[in-house]
Design a protein around this ligand. Structure first.
Ligand SMILES: *Cc1c(COP(=O)(O)O)cnc(C)c1O
Length: 439
């Protein structure tokens, strides 16, 4: 046993799957520092881990030992947070990385190579769209989108022999279109192409994509999982999949020194093992363990915060509906065309991103944002604080007007991320900032 193993007791037994979500968000994957008895998972601020002997080092490097070697892909604090997220999502395993963007890059990098094709729903976080249309395209990946409400046959028809992922956001950022993950899960099962879901805006409290057929779940933990706006981070959860050797030869290829392939060794968990042991190890998008520690604190109150986030979002919608300065409010609960999908995907509520389309356009948005007092003007979502941004001149600022309109980003669009403050106070600030802006 290494000194570290002797000090750390794995407490996974506490996190039985039959325990409730609220219990697992506090306990799943936790370790107790047996030397000091700290109840809180410590921050293991260490680059590496001492080998017991020459032979022990050899075994660790060969992956034949469960003991750690280096924090680039295997830090104990990070492993606890990753396991907790994987547990809440109902996955086999999880990996933490430095940001949501890093999670998307690593998740796709572990599936696809130059010449491969990725098929995505057309409503996506702008950072994702930028990456797939820019850097990932330059690296040789082809990216194609279908309207988020396309039917099953249209998705199946669009899958090619080179398709390596079907990609969607459970609740799209910023307008809140909801993907029908049951439908996409059927497409995945019929075609052998894994469904990858960015579940950042829903969180596992509101939606668990693996239960609907997703193979891989991605998070920007900077948002609701962390919840306090204190640390950037990302997570990838491996939900398990039947990896087709034709599409994913890298998971089936023999490894050096006669080691079994990832699929032989890990079966349905081959992807998670490859992601951690190859992609994250070789590229090094490591999350600092202090950030994992902050993330764990956030996750412990996830259900409580999500309940309040959703409740407050509805309070804001109810208070502002029909306001003469607002042409339209965007939130999944208001999407009449997709009401059945929204109810099936999000029975506990549809999240707390509420976008207001101000009738007075960009100038009304400017006046509104500059008058806000309690609500902060900034780029972020999922904070305990209510935040607001004019995405058309910031996040979507590099696009031309026609591109923005095609994404539904109208000149008066203001994205709100509703926090957990007292609803009346949020509403009062929004109302005072809207005064006189009716056209
Ligand atoms: C913010 C966000 C990301 C990117 O995450 P970062 O942690 O900011 O890198 C990815 N997807 C969605 C849906 C997001 O909202």
């Amino acid at each position: 046993m290494t000194a570290l193993d002797a000090r750390v007791r794995d407490e996974q037994a506490v996190a039985e799957p039959e325990l409730g979500f609220e219990t697992r968000q506090v306990h799943a994957g936790a370790i107790i520092d047996a030397e000091a008895g700290a109840r809180i998972t410590p921050i293991y601020q260490s680059a590496g881990y001492v080998f017991e002997s020459f032979d022990d080092g050899v075994e660790r490097f060969a992956g034949r030992s469960a003991r750690r070697a280096y924090s680039r892909n295997d830090n104990p604090t990070n492993v606890v947070a990753a396991r907790r997220i994987a547990d809440l999502e109902g996955g086999l395993d999880g990996v933490l990385v430095a940001s949501g963007q890093a999670a998307i890059a690593a998740a796709l990098g572990a599936l696809a190579e130059a010449g491969d094709h990725i098929l995505a729903a057309d409503r996506l976080y702008e950072g994702t769209r930028e990456m797939v249309r820019g850097l990932l395209r330059r690296q040789g990946l082809e990216f194609e989108t279908l309207p988020i409400d396309s039917d099953e046959e249209a998705w199946v028809r669009a899958v090619r022999p080179t398709t390596r992922a079907i990609y969607a956001e459970s609740i799209a950022n910023p307008l809140g279109e909801v993907a029908d993950l049951d439908l996409l899960g059927r497409v995945s099962a019929r075609t052998g192409v894994p469904l990858v879901v960015d579940n950042t805006v829903a969180t596992p409290y509101l939606n668990r994509p693996i239960e609907h057929g997703a193979a891989i779940v991605i998070h920007s933990t900077s948002k609701w999982l962390g919840g306090h706006g204190s640390a950037i981070g990302g997570a990838i959860v491996d939900g398990g999949f039947d990896w087709d050797p034709e599409r994913f030869p890298h998971l089936h290829a023999a490894r050096p020194h006669g080691a079994p392939s990832w699929a032989e060794r890990f079966g349905r968990g081959a992807y998670g093992a490859y992601l951690r042991s190859v992609v994250v190890l070789e590229q090094g998008p490591t999350l600092p363990p202090q950030s994992a520690f902050l993330l764990l604190h956030g996750i412990e109150t996830l259900s409580l915060r999500m309940e309040r986030h959703v409740e407050n979002a509805h309070a804001v919608i109810d208070a502002l509906r029909g306001h003469p300065a607002i042409a339209r409010i965007h939130h999944p609960s208001l999407d009449a065309d997709r009401a059945e999908v929204v109810a099936r995907m999000l029975p506990r509520g549809a999240g707390s991103v509420v976008s207001l389309d101000l009738a007075g356009g960009r100038e009304a948005a400017r006046a509104f944002l500059d008058r806000l007092e309690l609500v902060s003007q900034m780029t972020h979502i999922g904070d305990v604080r209510t935040l607001a941004i004019h995405t058309g001149s910031t996040i979507h600022g590099k696009l031309d007007e026609a591109e923005r309109l095609a994404l539904g980003v109208t000149p008066g669009l203001v994205r709100l991320s509703i926090g957990i403050e007292r609803a009346d106070d949020i509403v009062a600030d929004l109302r005072q900032a809207l005064e006189g802006l009716e056209r």
